[in-house]
Design a protein around this ligand. Structure first.
Ligand code: FAD
Length: 491
């Protein structure tokens, strides 16, 4: 969206063939926009602020939400074929946390794939866009504190692109966890590049776990949309006990509450399943064709068998701290999409607000860049090529200590384990740097709010109602000052 909007010569670097390895293509639900007759941006904003649990930036949230209707029109003009009612109006679905039907979708549960198809097709036909596929950005190059270029790595080895203006749009970081719904390459590399260049990151402690990822041995884990629970499917354990019965709205509680209930039940030694047999039965395949295919590929018939599920890292509310135009604190560096932290989501993301954010902020970044001019390319000092990042070690540490439920001992252990990796020069260094910044933020937030749940601080604290902003230097200093746990001292 940023490249399309820019209308100046632009190079798009993509680690995989464009559209592969992108969470956007996997979005099932759709994109939220207040375009229904009984809806308004005010209502959409109120729902977003409620989900964000006191940490949204209301002005930013308002701007993005007000831009949603025009963005739907832009996407439709680019060729996205949204589902429509018999009268031709855009059909609107309902998702958890939304007080009105406002989810714009395509082909039922293939919304992201259709939107991305249209956007990529337009980009491939745009004469001002050059697309370099199978090329990963590995470092940002600075000169006198400003962006001067990108070090990248492709099939023929490393290369440098000189540019005084760079946009990071590298998506999320679920791949830093062992159980995730994100593409395997979503390890937050863009956040690492920015942090190493001195950019501030925000809201890093807020990771949204989806309660119902299909637990059948696949990595990444296929997602079973909450729309299935919306149709009446229930959560049961291996004994058939409905373990959320009696808890508020049971299975229809928000994602974070359901995730914590499943996590706790698993912690007590149970296996957990989503049971759609009575609610949907033979209707499953027609109502959820893509999810039915995912289950069948794993050998499960959701009409006749309970679906094994578990929580999985799904969305990162945090990211590179940006202002309303998508600017970071590093001159010449912008960020948008899930890699950015705009303030829209606060402590918890409302379903279907992220595709919206990606589309709107992509355009906003381009509009800001259009008002700047490119600096003359400066000669660059050669940079050493870092090893390709390997998140294996970090996945184990974050999954153990920084998952759905956290406490001071686990987080202190994680800091102690990640610090030497982050300061080293191995292929674990980049993922460890980001992992360390995340657990430092989790350690400092001594409360439970939104997607961040501390068993040792189960209540929300009024004095912690501010966003946490960290640079690599401040996070490293805080990590160095973190006292080891008594268990670590005894060891
Ligand atoms: C299974 C699933 C379902 C979802 N459903 C919904 C939904 O219904 N509605 C909704 O609003 N949100 C949904 N989300 C969240 C939403 O899809 C994402 O937040 C959004 O798509 C992020 O878009 P993005 O452009 O920032 O990142 P992505 O779409 O992930 O794209 C990032 C791109 O950057 C590339 N990249 C990464 N690192 C580098 C590098 N170093 N160099 C070069 N290229 C790099 C990647 O290969 C990828 O192409 C879902 C997410 C998942 C995983």
């Amino acid at each position: 969206m940023a490249a399309l909007e820019l209308n100046q010569p632009v190079i798009v670097l993509s680690k995989a063939p464009l559209g592969n390895e992108a969470a956007s293509a996997w979005a099932q639900g759709g994109l939220a926009a207040a375009i229904g007759n009984n809806d308004s941006p005010e209502l959409h904003l109120a729902d977003t602020l409620a989900a964000g649990d006191g940490l949204c930036d209301p002005a930013t949230a308002r701007r993005i939400i007000e831009a949603a209707p025009a963005t739907i029109e832009t996407l439709a003009r680019l060729g996205a074929r949204f589902d429509r009612t018999p009268s031709g109006a855009i059909a609107l679905g309902l998702e958890a946390g939304h007080s009105r039907n406002r989810i714009v979708h395509a082909y039922g549960d293939s919304s992201g794939r259709e939107i991305l198809r249209a956007v990529i097709q337009a980009a491939r036909h745009a004469p001002h866009i050059q697309i370099l596929e199978n090329c990963a950005a590995t470092r940002l190059i600075l000169r006198e504190g400003r962006i001067a270029g990108v070090l990248a790595s492709g099939r023929n080895g490393p290369f440098v692109l000189r540019s005084s203006r760079v946009v990071i749009a590298t998506g999320g970081l679920g791949g830093l966890y062992r159980h995730t719904t994100n593409p395997a390459g979503a390890i937050g590399q863009g956040l690492v590049l920015a942090a190493r260049a001195g950019a501030a990151l925000a809201d890093l402690e807020f990771v949204q776990f989806h309660p119902t990822a299909l637990d059948a041995g696949q990595d990444p884990m296929p997602l079973i949309s909450e729309a299935v629970r919306g149709e009446g499917a229930i959560l049961i354990d291996e004994c058939g006990t409905r373990f959320m019965e009696g808890h508020g709205r049971a299975e229809l509680e928000p994602r974070d509450i359901v995730s914590r209930a499943v996590w706790r039940h698993m912690g007590e030694g149970h296996r957990t399943f989503l049971d759609a047999r009575s609610a949907l039965g033979d209707r499953f395949a027609t109502r959820f064709p893509a999810i039915d295919a995912l289950c069948r590929a794993a050998g499960i018939d959701p009409a006749r068998q309970p679906i094994p599920i578990r929580p999985a890292a799904h969305y990162h509310m945090g990211g590179i701290a940006v202002d309303e135009a998508g600017r970071t604190n590093v001159p010449g560096l912008w960020a948008c999409g899930e890699a950015a932290s705009t303030g829209l989501h606060g402590a918890n993301r409302l379903a279907s607000n992220s595709l919206l954010e990606a589309a709107v902020t992509g355009q906003a970044v381009a509009q800001d860049i259009a008002g700047t001019s490119a600096a003359r390319p400066a000669p660059l000092v050669p940079l050493a090529t870092p090893p390709a990042p390997d998140a294996t070690a970090v996945r184990a540490i974050l999954s153990r200590h920084a998952g759905v439920l956290r406490d001071v001992d686990g987080l202190s252990d994680a800091i102690a384990d990640l610090l030497p990796l982050a300061e080293g020069h191995t292929d674990a260094a980049d993922p460890a740097l980001l992992g360390l910044m995340m657990v430092t933020a989790m350690h400092r937030r001594t409360e439970s709010r939104g997607g961040h749940a501390r068993t040792d601080y189960p209540a929300k604290s009024a004095s912690l109602a501010d966003r946490q902003i960290l640079t690599w230097e401040t996070a490293r200093s805080a990590a160095l000052a973190t006292p080891p746990t008594s268990a670590a001292l005894q060891a």
